[in-house]
Each structure stands twice: as structure tokens, then as C-alpha cells.
Design a protein around this ligand. Structure first.
Ligand SMILES: Nc1nc2c(ncn2[C@@H]2O[C@H](COP(=O)(O)OP(=O)(O)OP(=O)(O)O)[C@@H](O)[C@H]2O)c(=O)[nH]1
Ligand SMILES: [Mg+2]
Length: 531
């Protein structure tokens, strides 16, 4: 049988050479045939990086163990083959409209996009990770106002330095784009300017990257003057190295589809109009923005210091975008914070007042959501809104428990918490959307963070427990005192009720006799009346 021949010891499993191998069209068959003879060493050459890996080890009889190993090898080979055979389509990405009433509004700026990504990890995990990232990109694109038609992934050791996808795959992408009538391709990465141009040349429609989409969303959503300035600065930083040749490849295309409906995703904000400005003007604008932003800091600090001075404890709500932070805040306080099934619905920090069950007041700060691979240009903008978290007494870390990869979300958020030096602050993890979580998922989440609270901002499940846990995590007045407060100093009694913990009250002739746990600050004020 052919399995024993020398020449067959190192079968090349390169997709291209598959069909042309003289000894048999199918590497699976070849391997089976060889295994049926005797186990000889099988060496696979990875066509991506040319590395050689030994898959089955030395020669041995085909015992149970060898059989298992063979099965594993076969599976690995099958997957390799599938990977190479075609681009992987990620299902369920399409955001085509179901509700016709939305059509009118969205047609104004509708872009039809196809998403592409390159991943290198091997096996199921690498693929899942890449798929999750592409799903998130789909949500981002939708938030930016686009309609996602399709999504493709290519497995490759490294993105192609010239065209991001390999040449052949880029051509396939071009065919798909034409077939579905897409007018934009979004790459799940930050493309080098030359990659973007080269890929545009192949696919013949506008190509943008993940960074551009996120910047676009931020520019649409920023409301405060500071937020707007920071986002514009980030956009200019992104634009600057991409100035040369921007749009060049487009104008080379006969009747390019780009620009027909005005500026689209990735080119709103300072993009299109300022593109004609020369670099010097952009630099001047950036310097001005930086100065403006620096000017905002003292005001922000003063506001924060004010809250600190009053010693009103604060809870910062942090978490991934779309985790349900604003929904939960609404549940906890009965306020109406903007809630949307969109990424970055909240871009500016909102502060709400609340009270513990025993009447102590504190504040909640809703913060901007996190996103995987936050563009580095935005890190500064993000950090300044996030600094508040560093001043909080408690961090309420909200995680979407129904998300496919909550662990990655947890660690992304914790990384940034560490970056703003807030790791010392007590963190309370709430797995939100418990209405969407089944028992097995609950167990997994419980394993991730054993003392987390399960809540549903939608049904209200767990909200009372969460409130209790927040109460318990807030700084406690811990100095026991008994004081008799004259009746004309009623404001002190009120303050004790509000910021401290009153154990009991009794009305005596000299005034109100109060026994309480108080903070150091309160104790100083009570000094003259201590019994
Ligand atoms: N099923 C379910 N959906 C929820 C729950 N909480 C929030 N949602 C939905 O999740 C989406 C996002 O909610 P938001 O409260 O805006 O999320 P956020 O974390 O504030 O998001 P950003 O402000 O964008 O960072 C909305 O569509 C909510 O209706 C929940 O407990 N269960
Ligand atoms: Mg929000």
C-alpha cells in the first residue's frame, strides 16, 4: 500500500497542493491508509509559517492509545482543511431591519457593510474568540448606523502586511461584496494606512477599520463640551498619519460608490471636511483642543472635591458597554438614565443621589462603557471620565452575564480599574441580565466570581440583595457616641441621620439624646455635647 512509501512520510497539507498530490487527493485518506499499515511519523508543515510540527510521534502498533491519537490528528487535519478551504462565515451577524418603521429614519445614513477579521489562534478557542470580536464589531457598526450584511473570518498566522487578508481571500471578499451589494468593508483591527488603501483597491468599495467605527460612535454621542473636544482630538490623531492618499484610491475607481450619499461611517466628524486642511492646520487645531481639554480638568476636580468634602460616599458603576449599567442604575434609584440597546449609550458620567435603608446618603456615578481594543487615541478621553472611579468608595462592576465571553469583559474592565489606580477600592461584581442566564451558565459565572450578585435590571431579580450588598460595602461610621443635642441644634440630629448610623433617640429635657455610630468628622462636631 502507498501508506508505507518513503515519499509519503511528510505530506504537505497546504490547501493549494491538496488536489495535485499524486498519491491521493485526500490527506485524510492518506493518513488512514498509513495508520492501517503501521504507525509511522507524520510531520505536518504549516503552510502559514513554514514551521514543522510532529503530530503523531514515533512508530508504534495501533493500540487504543494510538487510535485515540489518530482520531485527534484526523480532527486537527479536518479543521485545518476547513480553515483553508474557505473564509469562515460568521452567522447571525446580519442586522437587516425587521421593523419597517425604522426604515425611513435609517435610510438617511444607511451603509451596507461586510465585516472581515483575521485570527491566528488554533482550534475552537481561537475561532470563538474571533467570532465574539466580530459580533461586537457588528454591534458597533450597527450603533454607528450601518446595516451588517455579512461577516467573514480568515485564519492566518499573521495578517497580510499588504492587504490584511491574504491576496486570494481579498479577491473572494471582493466577489462577496459585489454579490451582496455592500458599500463598505470594516476590518476588525486597526489597519495600517497602506493596508487600507491596498484592500480598497481589491474590493472596490470603502474600507474602514474598527478604530474608525468606535471614533465615529464617540463623535455621534459625545454631549459635553469636554467630551466633544476629546473625541475630536482623538479623531485628528487617528486621521493625521492617514492623511496622505486618503480618498485617493477611491477617486481612482470609476464612479466609486463612496461618497455618493455624503460622508459615511468613519468619515464624519472632523474627517471629510478637514481632510483638505494641511497638516499644519490640523496640528494647530490639535494644540488648541489639548489646551481646551486641560482647562476642563480643574472644574472637574473642584466638583469632585466638593463631593468629597461633604463626605458623601460614592459608588461608581463600571462595566462593559451594553452590560446594563444605566438600566441597573435606574432600578436602584428610580431615575431615568438613557438606556439603549446600543454601545456607548452613556458617554458622559452621570451622578445620581441615593440613600441606604438606614437613611445615609450616597451617590451613584454611571460611567462610559468599556469596549474591547479601545482605540489608543481614545484612551485619554476615556481615562478622564473614568478617573472618577478612582475616587469612589465602592466600584459596582456590572457584567452582562448572558454575554458569550464574560471573563474577557471582566478582565478588560479590571485592567482599566488598575490603570486609574483604583484597585484598592472594594469591588462588587453584579452579573446582570440574569433573566437570560440558565443554570449551567450561572455555575460558570459563580466559578468566575464566587461572591458576585445575580441581578436583572429587567425583572428586578436580585436588586434588593444588590442594594444590601452596596449598603454593606459603603464606608461605615464606626465610632460609637452618645450625645445630648440641644433642641436649637436640630440640624446636627438631621446630619447624624443622614450620614451616620443612629441606634436610638430619646427626648430629654436638655435636648435629643442620641446614641449612634458616627464618622470622625461627625464626632468632632458633636464634641461639645458628648454625654
Ligand atoms: N434581558 C435583559 N436585558 C437587559 C437587562 N438590563 C439591561 N438590558 C438591556 O441591555 C441593553 C443595554 O442597557 P444599558 O443600561 O443601556 O447598558 P449600559 O451598560 O448603560 O450601556 P452603555 O451606556 O452603552 O455603556 C438595553 O437594551 C437594555 O434593555 C436585563 O437585566 N435583562
Ligand atoms: Mg449606559
Amino acid at each position: 500500500m502507498r501508506g508505507g512509501s518513503e515519499a509519503d512520510r511528510t505530506p504537505e497539507l497546504d490547501a493549494e497542493s491538496e488536489e495535485t498530490t499524486a498519491t491521493g487527493a485526500d490527506p485524510l485518506e492518506r493518513l488512514l491508509a498509513r495508520a492501517a499499515g503501521s504507525g509511522s511519523a507524520t510531520v505536518l508543515r504549516d503552510p502559514d509559517d513554514g514551521r514543522v510540527s510532529n503530530l503523531t510521534g514515533g512508530a508504534q502498533a495501533l493500540g487504543d492509545e494510538a487510535h485515540d491519537r489518530l482520531a485527534e490528528d484526523l480532527e486537527a487535519i479536518r479543521m485545518e482543511r476547513e480553515d483553508r478551504a474557505s473564509l469562515k462565515r460568521v452567522v447571525g451577524l446580519s442586522t437587516e431591519l425587521e421593523d419597517v418603521t425604522e426604515v425611513e429614519y435609517r435610510q438617511l445614513r444607511l451603509e451596507n457593510v461586510v465585516l472581515v477579521g483575521v485570527y491566528s489562534g488554533s482550534g475552537q478557542q481561537g475561532l470563538e474568540e474571533a467570532e465574539n470580536s466580530l459580533r461586537e464589531l457588528a454591534a458597533l457598526a450597527e450603533t454607528a448606523g450601518a446595516r451588517v450584511l455579512d461577516g467573514l473570518l480568515q485564519r492566518r498566522a499573521n495578517p497580510d502586511p499588504a492587504t490584511y487578508l491574504g491576496k486570494g481571500k481579498a479577491q473572494e471578499l471582493a466577489e462577496l461584496v459585489a454579490a451582496v451589494g455592500a458599500d463598505t468593508v470594516i476590518a476588525d483591527t486597526e489597519l495600517a494606512p497602506s493596508q487600507r488603501r491596498a484592500l480598497e483597491d481589491v474590493v472596490k468599495v470603502k474600507v474602514i477599520d474598527r478604530t474608525a467605527v468606535i471614533l465615529d460612535i464617540f463623535s455621534q454621542h459625545a454631549k459635553s463640551r469636554e467630551g466633544k473636544a476629546q473625541v475630536e482630538l482623538a479623531q485628528l490623531e487617528y486621521l493625521l498619519p492617514r492623511l496622505r492618499g486618503w480618498g485617493e484610491s477611491m477617486s481612482r475607481q470609476a464612479g466609486g460608490q463612496v461618497g455618493s450619499g455624503g460622508a459615511g461611517m468613519g468619515s464624519r466628524g472632523p474627517g471629510e471636511t478637514k481632510m483638505e486642511l494641511d497638516r499644519r492646520k490640523i496640528h494647530t487645531r490639535m494644540a488648541k483642543l489639548r489646551k481646551q481639554i486641560a482647562g476642563f480638568a480643574p472644574a472637574r476636580e473642584a466638583k469632585r472635591a466638593n463631593r468629597k468634602r461633604g463626605e458623601v460616599p460614592s459608588v461608581a458603576i463600571a462595566g462593559y458597554t451594553n452590560a446594563g449599567k444605566s438600566s441597573l442604575l435606574n432600578r436602584l434609584t428610580g431615575t431615568q438614565e438613557l438606556v439603549q440597546n446600543q454601545l456607548f449609550a452613556t458617554l458622559d458620567t452621570a451622578v445620581r443621589h441615593a440613600e441606604t435603608d438606614d437613611g445615609r446618603s450616597f451617590t451613584y456615578a454611571d460611567t462610559v462603557g468599556f469596549v474591547r481594543n479601545l482605540p489608543h487615541q481614545l484612551v485619554e478621553a476615556f481615562r478622564s471620565t473614568f478617573e472618577e472611579v478612582g475616587e469612589a468608595d465602592v466600584i459596582l462592576h456590572v457584567v452582562d452575564g448572558s454575554h458569550p465571553d464574560p471573563e474577557a469583559q471582566l478582565s478588560t474592565v479590571r485592567d482599566v480599574i488598575a490603570e486609574v489606580d483604583a484597585q484598592g477600592i472594594p469591588e462588587l461584581v453584579a452579573f446582570n441580565k440574569s433573566d437570560l442566564i440558565d443554570e449551567s451558565q450561572r455555575l460558570v459565572l459563580h466559578g468566575l466570581v464566587p461572591d458576585a450578585v445575580f441581578v436583572s435590571a429587567r425583572t428586578g431579580e436580585g436588586v434588593e440583595e444588590l442594594k444590601r450588598r452596596i449598603d454593606a460595602a459603603l464606608p461605615v461610621p464606626d465610632r460609637e457616641v452618645t450625645a445630648v443635642i440641644p433642641y436649637d441644634r436640630g440640624e446636627l440630629v438631621a446630619e447624624m441621620h443622614e450620614r451616620n448610623r443612629v441606634l436610638d433617640t430619646e427626648y430629654v429635657e436638655e435636648g435629643t439624646r442620641v446614641r449612634a455610630y458616627v464618622t470622625a468628622e461627625m464626632l468632632a462636631k458633636l464634641e461639645p455635647f458628648v454625654a
